[in-house]
Design a protein around this ligand. Sequence first.
Ligand code: ARG
Length: 459
Amino acid sequence: MSSKLWGGRFTKSAEEWVDEFGASISFDQELVLEDLQGSLAHVTMLKQCSILPEEDADQIISGLKSLQEKAEKGELTFKVEMEDIHLNLESMLINEIGPVGGKLHTGRSRNDQVATDLHLYMRNQTKVIVELINDLQEAILEQAKKNVETLIPGYTHLQRAQPISFAHHLMAYFWMLERDKQRFTESYKRINISPLGAGALAGTTFPIDRALSAELLGFDGIYENSLDAVSDRDFAIEFMSNSATMMMHLSRFSEEIILWSSQEFQFVELDDAFSTGSSIMPQKKNPDMAELIRGKTGRVYGNLTGLLTVLKGLPLAYNKDMQEDKEGVFDTVKTTVGSLKIFAGMISTMKVKTDVMEKATKNDFSNATELADYLASKGMPFRKAHEVVGKLVLFCVQNGCYLVDLSIEQFKEASELFENDIYDALNPYEAVKRRNSAGGTGFAQVQLAIEKAEKLVSK
Ligand code: ARG
């Protein structure tokens, strides 16, 4: 007979290397506290429903609590022969309190057990991530508040387009993260549902009270269908999809920080604590953390694609394939938590080189739209104005100057509508200030956005 907890039907044991291939304990030990929490709720429910005699249930409860204490101190040693976290803990319980420990699994299966553990885990991690997004938003907000009137070239196609407020640029990421935060928060209601009591797939003959165990675990409700309860991993997919979107935002932000800290831009300088040197080139200061976050976005996408692929061909209900859900989820948590923490530190310590940024807004043609708008506001059709200014830009390019360098006579030659106030219009500070349409980069608008944003971050 096999030595396994499920060994009754077997005449021989699997070889060690086969056991190893099937085991998940090397990674699902991450769920140790969730598994114990789930078991405690289950046995409490069994007791209250008089499915187990009080005395037996109490023994199990104290055994589980002692395992909990040991787990918290990191004193439990898991065995590969015991396959996974569920069987490891069950056999430890039996060792601790004797055969009565074997009554814990009454009316339960590892299939609803593992699903319960994962729901509890995702619930905790979702809260952690929401908090960390909030921290990063605060860091962005602090930098933004200091840079409302700092000018930076705004780009499209990575070509200078129009000058903007640096705070406005930073705040774009604040709002992306706000949506990320909403997505994680909204997903919580689908995570916080109890599969416990679904059994292996069909429910159980014992008169269990699923609502009670759900309540004991702080779930908001129970799965309506036992097959769905044990087969569903949508909540994990949703979590990884939300993480993928958030990482995509961090990756784009990273890319900008990498560009900005390059010799070519020199718009920001990252703190030494978030940079590294080169082993050969003494002058180097590399934005490694930003690069790593950009890189790690790939593994988060991979985890999402991995689980979607694992699930796509699975018949109902549980299949061992589903054991493959966990590593991707754990890795996604570790990666997003790490990236968010690093990012907040990187942003709050980043030195903004306002003088370089502002200089950049002067030595270019990003004020050309101002000129076209100037003519349009004096009645010239915008299309025509665009053409007039386009010709002036071409003239400047051919003569090695900028628009501000042209004399009023030269402007008037292009159009009689130009007056002396054209030079104010060409000033990037004025250009930014005037873009006061809702959500625009005008300083008043940026200030308003910052005030709105401040109400959205919990201090
Ligand atoms: N280790 C398994 C997993 O992670 C637990 C559920 C196993 N259930 C079973 N019937 N083999 O999915």
